[in-house]
Design a protein around this ligand. Sequence first.
Ligand code: NAI
Ligand code: MG
Length: 343
Amino acid sequence: MAGETHRVTLIEGDGIGPEVAAATLEVLDASGVNIEWDRQLMGIPAEEAGRDVLPEETLASIRANRVALKGPLTTHLRTGFRSVNVALRQELLLYANVRPAKTLLPPPRRYDDVDLVLIRENTQGLYTGIEHYIDSKKNAAESIVIITREAAERVVRYAFEYARANGRGKVTIVHKANILKYSQGLFLDAGRAVAAEYPEIPFDEKIVDNMAMQLVLDPMQFDVMVTTNMFGDILSDLCSGLVGGLGLAPSANIGEEAAVFEAVHGSAPDIAGQDLANPSALVLSACLMLEHLGEQEAARRVRGALVSTLREGRHLTRDLGGTLGTREFARVLAERLPQAAPA
Ligand code: NAI
Ligand code: MG
C-alpha cells in the first residue's frame, strides 16, 4: 500500500553533488517511500543559470516543504565571500547541526565501537561572516565572533532533548572559555544553566584542545557532544575520521521552520565527475531525513542495506579500499533493499 507522499526540496549541489544525489535518489526510490522532489538551485549552479547564489525561490521552496536534501556546494564563489552553505543555515535559522559518527565498517578497525553524535551551533560563532581588513594595505584583518545567550541555550537544550529522546548516556559541552572568556564563557555559562534543567542526564565539560586529543585516544568515553560553530566543524571531521572518513558522515541541519539534510563532506573537486565518490554519507543523511519525515521503517531498511553491504566488504567504493564506482554501489544498495534486514 502506498503511504503518504512527501514533498521535499532537492538541491543537487556541484562537484560530486549530482553523482551522490543521483545515487541517493536511486536508493530512496527502491525503498518504496513516496517522495515528490522539488528541484532547486543554489551556489555555482544557480549562478551559472543567471540567478542569485541563494535564490529567493530556493528559500521559499524549503520554507514551504520544510524539508530539503542537499548535495555539497563549492564555496569559493566569484561574487561575495560569504559561504552559501553557511548563509543557508543562517537564513533559515537551522540552529542545530547534528552529526552522528558511528562505526559501520567491520573489525578490525582502530576503534570497533564508536557511536558519537556531535551537535554544532550552526548560525553564529566565528562563521558569521563579519570580517574586514583593519588597514588600507590589507596587512591586518579582524573576524568577529558572535555568541548570544539565546542561541547558546537553544543549541544546548537541543542536545539534551536529543539525548533524552534517543536514550543517550551523557552530554559533553566543548568550549575554550579559559581563553575566550566572553564569547566562549557565555556559551559555557548558558550551557551549564540548561544542563541544570536535566539532572537525570550526566553532563561534563571539556576544553576543545584536550577534547581533540581525548577523542583520538578513546572516543568511546563520549556520547553526545555540543559545541560552537567552528569547533563543531573541525571536531565533526575528526569524528568522521574515527569511523572511516567523510564518505560515511551524515548530517542534519535542524531549525524550527525547516530541516536540511546533507553530508558532512564538501564537493570533492579532486574526484568530481569520475564516478569515484562514495554516496553513503548522503544516503545516511537521507535516512536521517526519512526518520524526520516519520518513515522510521524505511530508514531502518535503507540503513540495513548499507550496513550489511559495508560489513560484508565485497562491494565497496574506492575510499574504503574497494573498486566500485558511485553508480554501481548505488545499484547494489537498491537491489538489496527489498531483502535487507533493518538496522
Ligand atoms: P571535501 O570534503 O570536498 O574533500 C576532502 C577529501 O575527502 C577529498 O580528498 C575528497 O576527495 C574526499 N571526499 C569527500 N567526500 C567524499 C566522498 N563522498 N567519497 C569519497 N571521497 C570523498 O573538502 P574540501 O576539499 O576541503 O572542500 C571542497 C569544497 O567543498 C570547498 O569549496 C568547500 O568549501 C566545500 N564544502 C562544502 C560543504 C557543504 O556543502 N556543506 C561542506 C564542506 C566543504
Ligand atoms: Mg566542514
